[in-house]
Design a protein around this ligand. Structure first.
Ligand code: NAD
Length: 482
């Protein structure tokens, strides 16, 4: 594979104005996959101007909701028509197994477009029951305007779709900015938007690094930033957005607790937590990472999950048997290794894994599934987001301590509870600070369910009707009826 990609600005594919380019690499081999344009501030200016112009272009502004819906539906169809090509691109650029690329990334991207195609004709205002005589008040839901959609490298296509579909359903214009590690599937998605028939300037796509992202978030003519990525960058975006008080939604990191109660079905909990922890090699913001296991069951749980984790096939995402693919970049593998070493140094017991995978996989960023037991709440591996195949097992004696311990983190994205005890499940679901709580199940996603977090996990919610709220402004219209 040797692709060469350009920027999409105002319906045309163009090189960066500076001529700069960068390479993207296959994380399974370290070999280059292709070269993409490296957008700078001048390209950001051009893309923002195109998006601003398109916002009032009758070809977009006057398009009736049903016609917008057909465009979104067409994108979903095109994603499915190109499923094999897109899945392979995602696997080669990001590292996720082909099975995950097909059943999670592709399926979800297409479904999100269909879900928001349905919303186009249902974005309604309402009559307000004002108490002023002879006065009518109604609300309109209007597009926010020019939206910068900045995405991370763990699920590039799916997360781009989470933002792009509702932004377009609401009539906004957008500049997509994929992560520099994994640009290819987003460029492909932008090409499908052109093919579907969105007018020039409605969907722009800038490949580039943090500088391009920064220029977008600081830009005075960008009305909204929808960002998924690290908490550290999320905080910088809040500052950058303050210049024109642009709207900001942030989907940031996580450190999800998973409670395994005394009465839990341990085999089901092992199977579910294994997937909940290790999907996409643990590069999932909602990955279960802190396992609070009843002290009477902790040995059984640890033995079983460690045995299951160490048996998972590791390899390139393109190999059909692979469950654990490579980490997305060498820098990220270094980050995971650093935290695993901190776990050992701070006295956690390494039950399995703990190192990179060598041999014929040594050219890629492979890290063995790693299980620590005897982890304390104050250890680095129980506090920092690892975003890799690392499970930390803690134990508890008294269920009354669970909520406080689960909440002893700045994050609040997801949490999980394994129990047959309804009282415990509902009480914990109510008291744990997290945007999503899963009871006896994996961290599933669905376009109809809101997604986002408490605290340092971000601001706002994606998907569901919440995303429609996030991508519209409410206007009140007052009418004197005499
Ligand atoms: P990152 O924050 O380093 O980068 C994300 C994106 O921001 C990239 O496109 C990058 O180029 C851009 N960027 C970097 N610096 C910027 C700046 N100063 N201004 C504007 N844009 C900038 O994150 P990452 O390492 O790519 O992704 C991993 C993180 O994403 C993890 O913390 C993970 O938890 C989080 N994540 C969260 C969710 C969620 O739904 N909450 C989903 C997936 C990933």
């Amino acid at each position: 594979m040797d692709v060469r990609e350009q920027l999409l600005i105002d319906g045309r594919w163009v090189p960066a104005r500076s001529g700069a380019e960068f390479k993207t690499y296959d994380p399974a081999t370290g070999e280059p996959l292709g070269t993409v344009a490296d957008a700078g501030a001048a390209d950001v200016d051009a893309a923002v101007a195109a998006a601003r112009q398109a916002l009032t272009d009758p070809a977009w502004k006057a398009l009736v909701p049903a016609a917008r819906a057909r465009l979104l539906w067409k994108v979903a169809d095109l994603i499915e028509q190109h499923a094999d090509e897109l899945a392979e691109l995602e696997t080669r650029d990001q590292g996720q197994s082909l099975g995950v690329a097909k059943t999670v990334s592709l399926t979800m991207a297409a479904e999100v477009f269909r879900y928001y195609a349905g919303w186009c004709t249902k974005i309604e205002g309402k009559n307000s029951a004002v108490s002023i005589p002879n006065t009518m008040h109604y609300t309109r839901r209007e597009p926010v305007g020019v939206c910068a959609l900045i995405t991370p490298w763990n699920f590039p296509l799916m997360i781009a779709a989470w933002k792009l579909a509702p932004a377009l359903a609401c009539g906004n214009t957008v500049i997509l900015k994929p992560a520099e590690q994994t640009p290819l599937s987003t460029v492909f998605l932008a090409r499908l938007c052109v093919e579907a028939g969105f007018p020039p300037g409605v969907v722009n796509c800038l490949t580039g690094g943090p500088e391009a992202g920064k220029a977008l978030t600081e830009h005075a003519d960008v009305d909204k930033v929808s960002f998924t990525g690290s908490t550290a960058v999320g905080k910088q975006i809040v500052v950058a957005a303050s210049g024109n008080l642009k709207r900001v939604t942030l989907e940031l990191g996580g450190k999800a607790p998973s409670v395994i109660a005394r009465d839990a079905d341990i085999d089901a909990a092992v199977a579910g937590n294994l997937q909940g922890a290790l999907l996409n090699s643990g590069q999932v913001c909602a990955a279960y990472t802190r396992f609070f296991v009843d002290s009477k069951r902790v040995d059984e749980f640890t033995d079983k999950i460690a045995a299951a984790a160490s048996a998972l096939p590791i390899g390139p995402g393109m190999s059909p048997e692979t469950v654990i693919g490579p980490l997305a970049s060498p820098e990220h593998a270094d980050h995971v290794e650093r935290l695993v070493n901190a776990g050992v140094a701070e006295g956690a017991q390494l039950v399995t894994g703990g190192s990179r995978v060598g041999g014929e996989l040594s050219g890629g960023n492979f890290f063995a599934p790693t299980v620590f037991s005897g982890v304390r709440d104050d250890m680095t591996i129980a506090r920092e987001e690892i975003f890799g195949p690392v499970l930390s097992i803690l134990s508890y004696d008294d269920a009354d301590e669970l909520a406080a311990r689960a909440n002893d983190t700045d994050y609040g994205l997801a949490a999980c509870i394994w129990t047959k005890d309804l009282e415990l499940a509902h009480n914990l679901a109510a008291s744990i600070h997290a945007g999503s709580v899963f009871v006896n199940m994996l961290p599933f996603l669905d376009p109809a369910a809101p997604w986002g977090g408490f605290g340092s996990s971000g601001w706002g919610r994606e998907m569901s009707s919440n995303a429609i709220d996030e991508f519209t402004e409410t206007k009140g219209v007052w009418v004197n009826l005499g």
